[in-house]
Design a protein. Structure first.
Length: 790
């Protein structure tokens, strides 16, 4: 009897999920109704042994300080150690007992009585462990384990291709030929489809108008909705906040299931953020249901023998090779009755051969190149009756566009290697002009009215926008207008946020408590064990930074402070309201003789560099922008700027200086870096003993007390000129933006491309040498150093 003979009332099938669908389709075709039950072996073991839920996962992860994905691996493997007595598994046993005692492992007391009303039919490779479990089931009801059918070897055609695109193009043509012969798309299956082939399939099959049904649709994680969830999870502390922020989204119902499963958790959502993100990865996009479609299925899915099967990538990685690197090592697996890697490999090979022969219409497809390099045929080649076939040039063209793309690829090969095959020659004769190499990547302007409408006639600009625009206008367009940037929160950015938040209150709140403030800020995020370890060190670093800044303030005359000051400067051009905004980390000021002396300080978590010689190109304007913001803000009357500085609060690695204690060098590193007013009265406001330069880096005095020519000072007039320059650069940027001019113009400064190195859009813009704007900054005699770090 084969599997289908057991389609009778009262059968419980333990089969892979695709086989279940296949049986259901067969029942549909018969038009009968049966009392059947289906389970995969995994589902069956869960019901028969135990299952766990999210509460167990959260408990395990928090108790043993492991990531959600690792916690899942531990819990998954607990079911295999039912009665094992293996020393290396003692700890896992203890963890299992602990979870059991806490009621976190769920046992289904009713399941045996449900089983009693079914006969059990199992198909697939059954391990000794599973057999032992099935023996226990036999005490309740009858169990039939179906042997795999013997298959008769027959000749199997195999085609080889250079790349995945040619392979997919061939299959699309074959599918069209089959359709012409009256074959239903529902009986055409594509197997062993990896990422590279999947990408080509979606593109090429859409050109042919062939619908694809994919059993495994892709995750919501990388979608627009996924990005929104990640953003909301950055700050949300309750489930209600998440729901309110996402409920209008189309995909929200899929994520709501996740939230419902975690609703047992009553604490701060930030504590389980990693779990929610992990679940988001597993949320699948909604599948499109076609009545007729070619199906992408895993290899060895049970389908009708006479279906048409295309087996992709019959290469060195087929069938899967297992190594002894699982959670349980082979020796442990042997004792537990699980397949060892050697046994799995044997099964994998014999199953693959049997499955290939079980299809009467299977075509093997092998390719010579992948994106990573050369590929080789599968080692099964010697064990199968393979008939190597050559692709015949197509006489009928089902998709002209796809064929033109094929021809362009063949031209590429001709250019690179001087080869062209018969199909290439015929296509070249047929299509006289496909515009080969006529593509120009240059930015061709978009309609100004469309652009203004897209921005809703309003735009916000900040220093980083301005800098990105001047580094490359096209990168600004992709990032800030089309919003193609994917923001990934890292440990480094989180620490930056925590440092900034603590520093924003420590000098302005009279009742400031470092411990309280640190705890409050850190509690907004969740950290793994490694993160927590580094945080301990960073916490003492921040304490040191605050103490050093307090020390620096004792030699200054400033008696007022503004922290995290948001400043907005409105700009208006016809059709577009623009706000230039910025947050100034710290403004120190004091009034003296009717004058307000002001110093601007920006905390930097990176490795700041200020090169004012680039200011005329709109670059490195960070400090001048703060000067501009405060000067245009009308926060103060009769203002005299004492200086504008950066202060490195992270990444302040020490450059060893002989003769200086470590503590002193650390303090040196926290000196302000920037420009000071050249007037000695103003200088004394920031550092009463400026000649010894204990607060500001780069203030050097000669023996006679005069300032050294290398000192980083600016006169009032020079500071005013900088403010005007920033204003001019902002206006020029706005002028280009309102014209929707986003030319690809990366900057090469003194021979080094400073724009493209870390640009996330390298794969999009196709920039070449002609786009580069070369800037050479020449140091004039006596001119100050460009670098702030000396
Ligand atoms: S890679 Fe270079 S040229 Fe391309 S968008 Fe980025 S900065 Fe501009």
């Amino acid at each position: 009897m084969n599997l289908y003979d057991y389609i009778q009332d009262g059968t419980l099938f333990i089969v892979p999920s695709f086989t279940r669908q296949k049986i259901l389709r067969t029942i549909d075709e018969k038009g009968n109704f049966y009392r059947l039950k289906f389970m995969t072996m995994g589902e069956f073991l869960e019901r028969f042994l135990f299952s766990y839920d999210e509460e167990a996962l959260v408990y395990f992860s928090k108790t043993y300080h492991v990531k959600p994905s690792i916690a899942k691996i531990y819990l998954e493997h607990m079911k295999y150690i039912e009665s094992a007595n293996i020393p290396s598994l003692e700890f896992l046993q203890k963890q299992k007992v602990e979870l059991d005692e806490k009621g976190l492992l769920h046992r289904d007391a009713l399941f045996p009585s449900i089983l009693a009303s079914y006969r059990v039919v199992v198909s697939g490779d059954v391990s000794p462990f599973e057999r032992k479990i099935l023996e226990r089931v036999e005490q309740i009801t009858s169990v039939t384990i179906l042997d795999q059918d013997e298959v008769v070897p027959h000749s199997v055609p195999m085609y080889s291709f250079l790349t995945a695109s040619f392979m997919v193009s061939f299959v699309a043509n074959e599918v069209m030929k089959l359709v012409k012969q009256g074959v239903s798309l529902n009986s055409i299956y594509l197997m062993n489809v990896g990422d590279e082939v999947s990408f080509e399939l979606e593109r090429t099959f859409s050109l042919y108008g062939i619908p694809l049904r994919n059993q495994e649709s892709s995750s919501l994680y990388g979608t627009y909705f996924g990005a929104k969830v990640k953003k909301v999870l950055e700050t949300a502390t309750t489930f209600q906040e998440i729901e309110e922020a996402l409920q209008e989204e189309e995909c929200f119902p899929m994520f709501l299931n996740v939230l419902n499963r975690y609703s047992f958790y009553e604490g701060n959502v930030q504590d389980i953020k990693e779990f929610l993100l992990e679940e988001l990865r597993n949320c699948q996009k909604q599948k499109v249901n076609y009545e007729e479609a070619v199906s992408i299925v895993p290899f060895s899915s049970l389908i009708q023998e006479d279906c048409h099967v295309f087996l992709f990538d019959f290469n060195q990685d087929f069938p899967t090779t297992y190594k002894d690197e699982d959670f349980f090592r082979d020796d442990v697996k042997k004792e537990l009755g699980l397949w060892t890697s050697t046994e799995k490999n044997l099964h994998s090979r014999t199953d693959a051969i049997r499955d290939i022969y079980s299809f009467s219409n299977i075509t093997l497809l092998y390719r010579k190149m992948s994106n990573d390099g050369e590929m080789y045929p599968s080692s099964l080649l010697d064990e199968l009756l393979v008939e190597k076939k050559e692709v015949e040039p197509t006489l009928t063209i089902y998709s002209p566009l796809s064929k033109k793309l094929d021809l362009a690829r063949k031209f590429d090969l001709h250019q690179k290697y001087g080869i062209i095959d018969q199909e290439g020659k015929e296509l070249a004769g047929f299509y006289q002009d496909i515009g080969y190499q006529s593509y120009r990547h240059a930015y061709t302007s978009i309609s100004v009215s469309d652009f203004l409408e897209h921005c809703n006639h309003h735009l916000t600009l900040s220093y980083s926008d301005l800098n990105q625009f001047y580094e490359c206008s096209f990168a600004y367009y992709l990032s800030k207008i089309l919003k193609l940037d994917a923001f990934e929160e890292s440990f480094y950015t989180i620490v930056g946020n925590v440092f900034h938040a603590v520093l924003a209150t420590c000098f302005s709140k009279p009742d400031f408590s470092f411990e309280k403030s640190w705890k409050q800020e850190v509690s907004k995020y969740s950290f793994d064990a490694r993160g927590k370890f580094f945080l301990m060190k960073l916490k003492s670093d921040l304490e040191f930074i605050i103490a050093t800044i307090r020390k620096q303030m004792t030699v200054s005359s400033f008696d007022h402070i503004l922290c995290e000051k948001r400043i907005e400067i409105p700009k208006h051009v016809p059709g577009l309201d623009i706000t230039f905004k910025g947050f100034v980390d710290k403004i120190l000021y004091t009034e003296d003789m009717g004058m307000t002396y002001v110093a601007i300080i920006d905390y930097k978590t990176g490795n700041p560099e200020l090169n004012l010689r680039l200011a005329e190109y709109g670059l490195s304007l960070q400090l001048p922008v703060y000067l501009y913001l405060v000067s245009k803000s009308h926060l103060f009357s009769n203002v005299k700027f004492t200086g504008f500085y950066l202060q490195k609060i992270l990444n302040n690695e020490i450059t060893i200086q002989k003769g200086k204690a470590y503590q002193e060098q650390k303090e040196d590193n926290l000196k302000l870096q920037g420009y000071t007013n050249s007037s000695s009265v103003a200088m004394m406001k920031i550092d009463q003993d400026y000649a010894s330069s204990s607060v500001v880096k780069g203030l050097k005095c000669k023996k006679n007390g005069e300032l050294s020519s290398n000192s980083k000072v600016k006169t009032d007039a020079e500071m005013d000129a900088l403010v005007s320059l920033v204003d001019q650069k902002i206006d020029e940027c706005i002028e280009s933006i309102v014209k929707a001019d986003f030319t690809i113009n990366p900057k090469v400064i003194n021979g080094k491309n400073e724009s493209c190195g870390y640009c996330p859009f390298r794969a999009i813009c196709y920039h070449d040498d002609r786009d580069l704007i070369r800037i050479t900054t020449v140091e004039k005699e006596g001119e100050e150093d460009a670098e702030m770090d000396e």
